[in-house]
Design a protein around this ligand. Structure first.
Ligand code: DX5
Ligand code: ZN
Length: 220
């Protein structure tokens, strides 16, 4: 099972994104995680679609776009994503999420389906033909610097079991929220493969991005 590091750009130095992205490239980061928030699905507003397109132009690192917005299908045409990128939408964000996933896949972009802490994993069960990744939120989305929710390890373990039972061993689980070294180590054992890294482990005052990335890889 391969493991991938996805750097949460909302936690980078937003006054020097180009510099941060250069450091992330040097650190061998696998994805750039861009949190899109609408202030309604989550009580925060962060990065936008112009930034997604601007970042796409200056790096070869695949993008991992996390849509914390209601009715995300409205915004899919506004991003210049391709087959290397993941566009992840929340199960809770649209009553026709199957249609949204199909729309993403029809554009040749990898589709991710995210579930909030309280959302049952059964929500994945009939959509596995339309997803390339399952994002199990390990905090209530919207803010960096939060603490892992109590059921996170149990939920990731169960998600891996469910996907394997459904014949979806190739569908990786991503975890997002308070992925510290310790939480990363535990969740890796539970079956997580893609780790969204922010203030808990990658963007630290006392370590370079490369040092922090190497320290994280060492616990997987
Ligand atoms: C949570 C955000 C993540 C993450 C940031 O909504 O999607 O980017 O929490 O990392 P931490 O939790 O380590 O600050
Ligand atoms: Zn995120």
């Amino acid at each position: 099972m391969s493991k991938y590091l996805s750097a949460s750009l909302m936690c980078a130095d937003l006054t020097n994104l180009r510099g941060s992205i250069t450091e992330l490239e040097k650190a061998g980061i696998d994805y750039l995680h861009l949190d899109i928030m609408d202030g309604s699905f989550v009580p925060n507003i962060t990065l936008g679609f112009d930034l997604v397109n601007a970042v796409k132009k200056i790096t070869d690192i695949p993008l991992d776009v996390h849509m914390m917005v209601n009715q995300p299908s409205r915004f899919i045409p506004m991003m210049n994503l391709d087959e290397k990128d993941i566009l992840c939408v929340h199960y809770e964000s649209d009553i026709h999420i199957h249609r949204t996933l199909s729309q993403i896949k029809d554009k040749g972009i990898k589709a991710g389906l995210a579930v909030n802490p309280q959302t049952p994993l059964e929500s994945l069960e009939y959509l596995t033909d339309y997803i390339d990744m399952a994002l199990v939120m390990t905090v209530s989305p919207g803010f960096a610097g939060q603490k892992l929710f109590a059921g996170a390890e149990r939920k990731v373990t169960k998600a891996r079991q469910l996907l394997d039972e459904l014949g979806c061993k190739a569908v990786p689980i991503e975890v997002d929220g308070n992925i510290s070294l310790e939480n990363g180590r535990k969740l890796s054992k539970c079956g997580a493969e893609i780790f969204v890294l922010g203030t808990s482990s990658l963007f630290l005052k006392n370590k370079s991005i490369s040092e922090a990335a190497d320290d994280f890889r060492a616990v997987l």
